[in-house]
Ligand binder design. Structure first.
Ligand code: K1U
Ligand code: ZN
Length: 170
């Protein structure tokens, strides 16, 4: 397995809208290795989710594991939200926007339909952190970042802070 480089805001590649996955592709060893590499990258970060867009693969899939024991890995291929209800506010982070945290309001409960890593269709009703994470990762597939929910002024402050941090690290 391999650790994959994660794109960081304001990299314009994070703004790419991901294309649907042809389920036939899921049977290829390259795709299965990519899922494994994404889980390894996510656990090592550490994170609870990772969208393909964040590792510069512009296809509609993501990996998620919100368990503390890392024993509930889930793959969502071509996910769609078919129902949403209520509201919740959660202080989100993002591996593509390091060391920045902000409150985001999202649906409290969602129903998501997707394919698993083997191309099997499933329907999941999610709430709490899992629902937050699914919505956050699905935003990545649309080229949207959680900082887009902030005011333009705050987003510009985040952009400057990250560019400054990158310059001092170089
Ligand atoms: O998409 C990403 O960048 C991953 C992101 C997912 C996420 C976190 C919180 C709310 C919504 C979506 C992260 O995993 S950031 C890291 C993080 O939150 C975390 C890391 C270790 C343990 C618990 C949480
Ligand atoms: Zn993110």
């Amino acid at each position: 397995m391999a650790l994959l480089p994660i794109l960081e805001f304001p990299d314009p590649r994070l703004r790419t809208r991901a294309a649907r996955v042809d389920p036939v592709e899921l049977a290829t060893p390259a795709f299965q290795t990519l899922f494994d590499d994404m889980f390894e990258t996510m656990y090592q970060a550490p994170g609870i989710g990772l969208a393909a867009s964040q590792v510069d693969v512009h296809k509609r899939f993501m990996v998620i594991d919100v368990s503390e024991e890392h024993d509930a890995p889930r793959v969502f291929v071509n996910p769609t939200i078919t129902a949403r209800s209520g509201e919740q506010v959660y202080q989100e982070g993002c591996l593509s926007v390091p060391n920045i945290f902000a409150d985001v309001t999202r649906a409290a409960t969602i129903t998501v339909e997707a394919l698993d890593r083997h191309g099997q269709a499933f329907t999941l009703e999610a709430d709490g952190l899992l629902a937050v994470c699914i919505q956050h990762e699905m935003d990545h597939l649309e080229g949207k970042l959680f900082v887009d929910y902030l005011s333009p002024l705050k987003r510009e402050m985040v952009r400057k802070k990250l560019l400054k941090a990158k310059r001092s690290a170089a």
